[in-house]
Design a protein around this ligand. Structure first.
Ligand code: ZN
Length: 666
């Protein structure tokens, strides 16, 4: 390899990695798989090691570094990091405006509204575009130097985008995503470590780890909200600063708006109030400030807080409701988790109908009983929880809740074991190895066959662990609020998952039969059965003679179908599925469609068809739609702004169809 080739390869690898890292960490839209990304990183690291003269020690893949510190050193801020006065009602915002107008004697100014992230404020200083230091807010004058740790945060650029000279100080918030908190707590539960209480404490605690590797493990994020100093550029408004922050390569919080009047501010507050619970980040309000920076000078600072800005705080939402039932769910490991069911009530923007009571200790502590009126809230705006029982409202004749003596799923015995989280709590476990509740595999098969691709095996496990599902039928009664905030379930993916599950309620009969996982009944046999019996009912009540008479179906299949359709477990499951609105539709014999026997993958946005419509056409024409490109793919249908699937198709030499090609064919 020639020198120039190596240099070029290193540079293009860096560009490629940076692009993917930005897509993943900043835009939250990964463009390649983790494994593919890791391969690129490995190649670059190998080259860097071999040719250290070209290596860049500041490049993102080397972010984790530095030995653990003994203690954080204190560092003074270049200018004071102010805190904001709070307003808890819109009247207070109105009073604030009156004071401003009085002071500046003018009404000609605008407001800038932005989401207030709930984390740890931090100042970043860049010299000629390169990160020099990161310091916590501390007392506003002096903070702790957390540079090594902040370097592990992927959304903090080590080098600002673009060319820069002189000093730039950026301020923002270090936060932990709700989904990260849940994921970490899941690990910590298994490892028996103390759990993180909420995202704000978790972010603060993580960034103050003396060992940067520990910080790196916590997957923190950074949202920039101000440029406190910038030697190369003069800003006139706060909104200009936000534009520059984006250009520098920072993420800024979603929802920001320039408002001409307080009325507009009010509608922004209302709008954000409706949407903020769905975000993956903890937020506690809206920062409202005068957009014109010149007026900041005029208005000045009183004490520790500026007059030109205000933090509007949303009230913490709680609600009361009645406990209608306390059920016991069996998790994948067999652990029994009590679950309170309520009269559905709106809390922090979404309907809450149940909450985990975690364990028997929690139940005893609350003394919660069926019939009780309880105060519920969303912990860290994520998981609904019972805060208190209003005992004065307790009806007569309630009974103390006891854990069942038998597993509610299989009827086998229960065993008490000390909790795995290292606390004193006692866990109750079903001892039956074959307990259906533990049988994740059949569930995964069902979900996959039903083409509910949004629900992968990990999500199935997670939902089981959370006690949200015990079998596939439970999926169809899930609500968005059940998922919001769980691992990998940001609001958007929660919505996608629920939408996809609901859209798969009417599968073709053959797919449905395959999904049941009857021994010896694969796709083809299921298709033969579906074509023979036409309706599910006819199939389900088929006699051995009827089954025997079908071509291609041997005695082994007949026997396993019969033993399945007669089993009480399967009948119970089918009943549950149908009660949840699932109903398979008869399949038509499709022979001779243009996509007969072919597999297609869709990518990008189609202009004349929706994805669903395209899928239906493909199926009508005898084809199958797969979600990812593989050697088995026959065609990739490419719309506008196609993703990595199109590139992958090219690599694998798969025929690419444009929307026009596709329409012509069908
Ligand atoms: Zn059991």
């Amino acid at each position: 390899m020639t020198d120039s080739y190596i240099k070029e390869r290193i540079q293009s690898l860096r560009n490629e990695i940076e692009g993917h890292a930005t897509a993943y960490y900043v835009n939250d839209a990964p463009t390649i798989s983790d494994a593919a990304y890791d391969t690129l990183v490995r190649e670059l690291k190998a080259l860097d090691q071999q040719y250290p003269q070209y290596a860049d020690p500041n490049f993102i893949i080397y972010r984790v570094g530095g030995a653990p510190l003994d203690v954080f050193t204190k560092k003074a801020h270049r200018s004071k990091m102010l805190s904001l006065n709070d307003a808890f009602s819109f009247d207070e915002v109105g009073e604030w405006e009156m004071r401003i107008k009085k002071l500046i004697g003018s009404t000609k100014f605008t407001y800038f509204c932005e989401l207030k992230m709930d984390g740890l404020a931090c100042s970043l200083v860049y010299e000629d575009g390169v990160l020099q230091s990161a310091v916590t807010r501390g007392d506003g004058t002096t903070g702790e130097d957390i540079t090594q740790n902040v370097k592990t945060i992927r959304s903090v650029p080590l080098v600002l985008h673009g060319a820069h000279t002189g000093l730039i100080e950026v301020r923002g918030e270090i936060v932990m995503a709700k989904s990260t908190l849940l994921r970490l707590n899941e690990c910590y539960t298994t490892e028996g470590k103390a759990l993180l209480a909420n995202t704000r404490n978790a972010a603060a605690g993580s960034v103050r780890q003396l060992d940067p590797h520990l910080t790196a493990e916590r997957s923190l994020d950074f949202f920039a909200w101000d440029i406190a100093e910038c030697e190369e550029k003069r800003f006139h408004t706060h909104s200009e600063k936000h534009a520059s922050l984006r250009d520098f390569g920072f993420t800024v919080a979603p929802f920001e708006q320039v408002c001409a009047s307080l009325e507009e501010v009010r509608s922004v507050i209302t709008m954000i109030g409706e949407k903020r619970d769905a975000l993956d980040y903890g937020t506690d309000g809206v920062v409202i400030q005068v957009d014109e920076l010149q007026l900041h000078q005029t208005l000045g600072v009183v004490g520790k807080a500026p007059r030109f800005a205000l933090a509007y705080k949303y009230p913490a939402e709680q609600a009361t409701t009645t406990v209608v039932d306390i059920s016991v769910q069996v998790g994948r490991t067999g652990i029994l988790t009590p679950l309170a069911h309520f009269v559905p009530t709106k809390v922090a923007g979404s309907m809450v109908s149940k909450a985990t009571l975690h364990n028997i200790d929690q139940i005893r502590r609350l003394d919660i009983r069926v019939g009780d009126t309880v105060v519920i809230q969303k912990a860290g705006d994520v998981i609904p929880e019972v805060v208190a029982v209003l005992k004065n409202l307790r009806p007569k004749k309630t009974t103390v809740f006891e854990m069942p003596a038998q597993c509610p799923e299989c009827g086998e015995g229960i065993e008490q074991r000390t909790g795995s989280s290292g606390e004193e709590s006692v866990g109750f476990y079903c001892i039956n190895i074959e307990c259906p509740a533990k049988q994740t595999r059949s569930l995964t098969h069902f979900v996959h066959t039903m083409e509910i691709y949004e629900v992968g095996p990990k999500i199935v496990e997670r939902l089981q662990d959370e006690g949200l599902i015990t079998d596939a039928a439970d999926l169809f009664t899930l609500e968005i609020s059940d998922l919001a905030g769980l691992e990998r379930f940001g609001a958007k993916s929660a919505e996608n998952i629920i939408r996809e599950i609901q859209s798969k309620k009417h599968p073709p009969l053959d797919r449905f039969i395959t999904a049941l996982g009857i021994m010896h009944v694969g796709e083809q046999t299921a298709r033969d059965l579906a074509l023979q019996f036409k309706t599910f009912d006819a199939f389900w009540h088929a006699t051995s003679e009827e089954l025997d008479s079908i071509e291609n179906i041997g005695p082994a299949v007949v026997e396993s179908v019969l033993s399945f359709t007669k089993s009480s477990h399967a009948n119970h499951f089918i009943k549950k599925l149908f009660a949840a609105g699932v109903s398979p539709v008869p399949v038509a014999r499709t022979k001779g469609g243009v996509f007969e026997g072919k597999t297609l993958v869709l990518t990008g946005t189609l202009t004349t068809l929706s994805r669903e419509e395209a899928k239906k056409i493909i199926q009508r024409e005898g084809g199958k739609v797969a979600s990812s490109v593989s050697a088995k793919t026959d065609y990739v249908l490419v719309g506008e702004n196609p993703g990595s699937k199109a590139t992958e198709a090219e690599k694998l030499n798969i025929t690419i169809l444009t929307e026009q090609d596709f329409l012509k064919m069908v």
